[in-house]
Design a protein around this ligand. Structure first.
Ligand code: XMP
Length: 563
């Protein structure tokens, strides 16, 4: 067995054991710690004054499935942005000091009676505006032009031909492939507008007022429009005048002031899960308010092998945070005894966690705020009824009920960030790469990777197999490329032969997927040699397993986890 010999101390393993680790020693700053870590080069956080201006644009969501993707693309150019509903008043977006507005696409027809329009302020404040697909139709309609249903719908690749020079198409050839997805057409331009580009089927494929308003019939945000990134960059840089100064170090400087203000003299608690979001949130808050933050880390026994030790080492030993470590392995296993239904498992793990968290928080004394690693996609999902419904295929365990039950205010410093931005901030804060690049892991942990009842024995079998999967994936240099990779202990047992003996052992499934956001996923095309090595090691090193299968289903129709 490939044992870790890193010398990490194992937390004591008596059930119910509670170790409060509070370090009175001098608290090193994150940047100092980071300096000691080979390969981690923190971005200096003192180069920008807290609250320094940064460029921002607003994305008005008109119902497109791509609104988040537009935001992602804008952020890639180091411009801050927020997606807001089409009913958002100016007062709400004014604090962002937007330098431009993007109107998303959407499913409606702009000539329909109740079609969503952009807020009035969009065209009244003299800001640059880029309308994408339906967003262009809205622009046309609101500014006095006309949109009507097209004779033919246009989906897929088309060739765009530019009919005049424009700052929006700077550095681009006169003909380029673009991705179309529309059934309506601009029939009449608003006064003062002209056509910028056309395709074989779409005479009005891009428009402008010649100054600051632009409309595109195609989708620059999707990868199928290869020059889409340049077009968005041109809009941000050339039209809006954004410099692209939104960086991890900028975010950190800005956050320090905000967190200090929100926390004041209060006390903050945070649940550490070992995942990157809670890790970065905790580090950021710790940097702002130091020991007024206490992290609670509950070992539920459902984590990967060595995860509890690694988490403790990263946060307590390296980052000198106050960590309350709770060994609640037996409590979780006791509650999970005899439970087979995946949703019941989720519910139990969530409930037991909340109870332990409340108990531990009560021991700390008066607490004012609960810190959470909520990230931007969670925020947008929770405000979109459709996406919320879609996510209910599995009732993801989170600590959502806690703030109200404990009458705590929420502190969510990562609310505006995407996952990869969270990672950048983590690196800039000096968090170990191991923590920053950790693959997502479900709250109910290994309990939803054991089909059937969760027992201590089955957990050990799964941890052994999972350890080998991770070890081989890392050695093959694929860990970061994969969204998730893990083993599943199926409930199936099958006949095998080892030496001259018949065996009746477990079937382990190996799952490895690529994904952008976990909403869809593809099975990873791992090399056969690697799969062979994983299988070989599992049957050799985990005695209870005699067969290994590789899961080649995508999501949908399967899900990433088996339960
Ligand atoms: P599925 O299995 O639904 O998973 O395709 C999508 C993503 O969510 C994670 N996942 C969970 N995360 N609590 C969590 O915190 C859960 O109950 C849960 N179930 C699935 C899964 O690992 C993947 O990243």
């Amino acid at each position: 067995m490939n044992e870790d010999t890193s010398g990490i101390p194992r937390p004591e393993e008596q059930p119910g054991h509670r170790v409060t680790i509070t370090d009175d020693a001098e608290v090193s700053t994150y940047l100092e710690i980071a300096k000691q870590k080979a390969g981690v080069k923190p971005v200096p956080t003192d180069t920008l004054a807290p609250g320094a201006e940064r460029d921002a644009v607003v994305i008005i969501d008109l119902g497109s499935q791509y609104s988040m993707l537009i935001a992602r693309r804008v952020r890639e150019h180091n411009v801050f942005c927020e997606v807001v509903s089409h009913e958002t008043p100016w007062e709400k977006v004014a604090p962002l000091h937007p330098k431009g507005v993007i109107l998303s696409g959407g499913p409606a027809g702009a000539y329909e009676a109740d079609a969503p329009m952009a807020p009035e302020w969009v065209f009244k404040r003299g800001l640059p505006v880029l309308g994408i697909c339906y967003g262009m139709h809205v622009m046309v309609r609101m500014l006095g032009g006309r949109v009507m249903p097209g004779d033919i719908r246009e989906y897929g690749l088309a060739t765009l031909h530019l009919s005049q020079d424009s700052s929006l198409f700077e550095y681009l050839p006169f003909s380029l492939p673009v991705w179309m997805s529309h059934g309506d057409l601009v029939a009449e331009l608003p006064p003062g507008f002209s056509v910028l580009a056309y395709t074989g089927n779409t005479p009005v494929a891009a428009i402008t007022d010649g100054n600051r308003l632009f409309g595109l019939q195609f989708h620059p945000e999707v990868v199928h429009t290869p020059d889409g990134r340049t077009i968005l960059k041109n809009f941000l840089n050339n039209v809006c005048g954004c410099e692209g100064n939104w960086t991890a170090s900028h975010f950190i400087s800005e956050s320090m002031g905000k967190i200090k203000e929100q926390v004041g003299d209060g006390k903050v608690i945070c649940a550490l899960s070992g995942g990157v979001d809670s890790a970065v949130a905790a580090s950021l808050i710790h940097q702002a308010v130091g020991d007024r933050l206490t992290c609670i880390f509950v070992n539920n026994g459902l984590m990967r092998r060595k995860e509890p030790e690694r988490t403790l080492e990263a946060f307590h030993k390296n980052l000198k945070m106050n960590v309350v470590y709770v060994n609640a392995v037996d409590r979780f296993l006791g509650q999970l005894k005899g439970v087979i239904d995946p949703e019941k498992k989720r519910h139990i793990v969530g409930e037991v966690f909340i109870r332990i968290f409340e108990e531990e928080a009560a021991k700390i004394g008066k607490v004012d705020l609960l810190a959470q690693g909520t990230v931007y996609p969670d925020v947008v999902e929770s405000t979109s009824p459709d996406r919320k419904a879609a996510a209910r295929i599995k009732s993801h365990h989170n600590v959502g009920g806690l703030p109200a039950r404990m009458s705590l205010k929420l502190l969510e410093p990562l609310r505006s960030l995407f996952k990869d931005e969270v990672r950048q901030v983590g690196l800039a804060l000096g968090l170990p790469e191991d923590v920053v690049w950790r693959q997502p892991f479900p709250g109910p942990g290994l309990s939803v990777r054991i089909i059937g009842e969760v027992t201590a024995e089955r957990l050990e079998i799964l941890k052994g197999a999972d350890w080998i999967v991770m070890d081989e994936i890392r050695k093959a240099g694929l860990y970061r490329e994969l969204w998730q990779s893990f083993a599943v202990l199926t409930g199936v047992q099958s006949v095998g032969v080892m030496g001259d003996y018949r065996t009746y052992g477990y079937l382990v499934a190996v799952r490895a997927v690529t994904s952008e956001d976990a909403m869809t996923a593809d099975w990873a095309k791992l090399p056969y040699e690697l799969l062979g090595q994983i299988s070989n090691r599992i049957v050799n090193e985990v005695p209870q397993v005699n067969r290994v299968a590789y899961d080649i289903s995508s999501k949908p129709p399967a899900t990433i986890e088996w339960e």
